[in-house]
Write a protein that binds this ligand. Structure first.
Ligand code: AHG
Ligand code: MN
Ligand code: MN
Length: 330
């Protein structure tokens, strides 16, 4: 019989490996585990209960929020607040960061997150996700969290992960010692280690990009896409684009592929947010042996200046990212 391991057991087992002597990062990961289960329960009944539709507010990017975005946002924030190991959270759904009260001032960590990624896919029963990124604060412990705690380059991340609410619900994360994936058994609500030591194939056949934006891509990127096209005749490539970053990213991580959300004429920095979309996925893909670039530099080396700043993103199998860059870098 295979060795069955739950996420809870795994976190404790690996505690030493990621230098978590006081167990605080383990507590943080446990609170994410709890929120994942609660949000998963709501996501899976989204078609049954009257939870669909918009909440009537717009987030800072001017996008319409859906009710599940708001629900997921509050569940993750509350789960993180109660363990008192996090001093503040920044989220796609909040214009400013959330500073936790005095009882959390001793928290060493901050979390940045996209609580519900792919929200346009909620009411059509297509996979969606949650993304999170964890840093050690740089402001003194014992006081309130500061903006500078959130504006750190991705290389400072101590953990990052995502939840994919798909045909199965999975939580995938890294603490800088490889990437591991856990799948929920829906009857028990338990997350089991299902994908130990995930590695991104060096090569792949899949390219993922919103080709409706083709006309406003740079000449180099157009050339790369033309190189991938015509696969029946000369090349092995195939296009896959779900429109949920997490679903596209996860498929490419498992099968090999490259995901691109480049700059366009109307969006010079692309669409995705550096701090809670690009950076956490960059950390994961690098830990799995892949690469992530904004077209000019490694994603994780970008020095952020704003909470909600955007970055172009080219991410996935190492050789495929290199190939894209060989077309776009001139
Ligand atoms: P979110 O739902 O958090 O706003 O993110 C949506 C993102 C991402 O998930 C997806 O890859 C991308 O938007 C799709 O954008 P386009 O529709 O422009 O292709
Ligand atoms: Mn998103
Ligand atoms: Mn979102």
């Amino acid at each position: 019989m295979n060795d069955i391991k739950t996420l809870g057991e795994f976190i404790i087992e690996r505690q030493k490996e990621f230098n978590d002597a006081d167990g605080n990062l383990s507590k943080l990961l446990s609170s994410i585990k709890l929120a994942t289960k609660i949000v998963n329960r709501e996501v899976s009944k989204a078609g049954l209960v009257d939870i669909l539709g918009t909440a009537g507010e717009e987030n800072i990017q001017g996008e319409e929020q859906q009710k599940l975005d708001v629900f997921a946002n509050s569940r993750f924030i509350e789960a993180l607040r109660t363990r008192k190991v996090v001093c503040g959270v920044a989220s796609e759904e909040n214009d400013d960061f959330i500073a936790f009260d005095k009882d959390c001032y001793d928290g060493k960590y901050v979390v940045l997150m996209d609580p519900l990624d792919g929200s346009s896919n909620i009411d059509v029963n297509v996979s969606i996700g949650t993304i999170f990124s964890v840093y050690k604060r740089v402001s003194p412990i014992g006081g309130p969290v500061q903006l500078e705690d959130f504006l750190q380059p991705g290389i400072n991340q101590v953990a990052a992960g995502y939840v994919l609410y798909g045909s199965s619900t999975m939580l995938v994360y890294t603490t800088g010692c490889g990437v591991n994936g856990f799948t929920i058994d829906p009857s028990l609500g338990t997350l089991y280690l299902s994908h130990p030591n995930m590695t991104a194939p060096k090569e792949g056949k899949i390219y993922s990009v919103n080709e409706a934006n083709y006309n406003s891509f740079t000449p180099g990127l157009k050339e790369y896409i033309n190189y991938c096209r015509d696969s029946e005749v000369k090349k092995p490539y195939t296009a896959r684009y779900i429109g949920s970053l997490i679903a596209d990213f996860h498929r490419n991580l498992v099968k090999g592929g490259v995901y691109m959300y480049p700059q366009t004429a109307s969006a010079p920095n692309g669409k995705l947010r550096l701090l809670y979309e690009s950076n956490p996925l960059a950390f994961i893909i690098e830990q799995a042996g892949g690469k992530a670039s904004d077209g000019k530099q490694r994603i994780m080396e970008i020095e952020p200046t704003e909470l909600h700043q955007r970055s172009p993103l080219i991410i996935g199998s190492a050789n495929m990212v290199d190939k894209v860059l060989s077309y776009t870098k001139n």
